[in-house]
Design a protein around this ligand. Structure first.
Ligand code: GLN
Length: 194
């Protein structure tokens, strides 16, 4: 089998860390900035960062429709933190001055931005994850929570009672930053979805 090639959306945010994690796993990685960069990819990671900025740049670079087509033609997509927000069909917690936040609207879930922010802005937590034998140490940075998921979405982990990791077919979503800890098990999970 030929090695899969994975893209990391590189408009803004923590894309370098995802790239480094994949490269440690000997995966060929492409930085995606334009629709043509999606050619030949089996998977795409949308990193954490600032979802309003990233969404705006995705509109400016005409990326929304090509990424939707990538997904409908079988490409796997993983959204982490801001990336999770950009995958969601419904987004809550967008300040009125931002108007409607652009999103890929691919995953049947409702996310709430900055939802752990009331307690603390950033924290680490060991998560029990379905399918992993030992906890995954997750880093949350002004993280969203997944408030609701459709019936085809499999919840893989919760933190403080809230959904923080879920999968629907070839879509994966995490409200934390798995690329910051040196633990590549969730990247391996994503690769297994290809
Ligand atoms: N709070 C950011 C947003 O709403 C997400 C934070 C992150 O990606 N670490 O876009």
């Amino acid at each position: 089998m030929t090695q899969p090639k994975i893209g990391v959306l590189a408009l803004q945010g923590a894309f370098r860390e995802h790239k480094q994690t994949l490269e440690r796993l000997n995966i060929e990685v492409t930085e995606v900035r334009l629709p043509r960069d999606l050619a030949g990819l089996s998977g795409l990671i949308i990193p954490g960062g600032e979802s309003t900025t990233m969404g705006k740049l995705m509109v400016d670079y005409d990326l929304l429709e090509p990424i939707r087509e990538f997904s409908s033609s079988g490409g796997a997509i993983w959204g982490t933190c801001a990336g999770a927000i950009l995958l969601a069909k419904q987004i809550e917690g967008v300040p009125p001055q931002f108007g409607t936040q652009p999103s890929l609207e691919l995953m049947d879930m409702r996310v709430r931005r900055n939802a752990f922010g009331r307690q603390v802005d950033s924290f680490e937590a060991p998560l029990e994850v379905k399918g992993l034998e030992t906890p995954f140490n997750a880093v949350f940075i002004r993280a969203p929570i997944i408030e609701w998921v459709g019936e085809d979405v499999d919840v893989l982990s919760k933190a403080e009672g809230e959904i923080v990791l879920a999968r629907a077919g070839r879509l994966l979503t995490s409200s934390f930053h798995p690329e910051l800890t040196g633990d590549s098990r969730l990247h391996e999970l994503f690769l297994s979805m290809i």
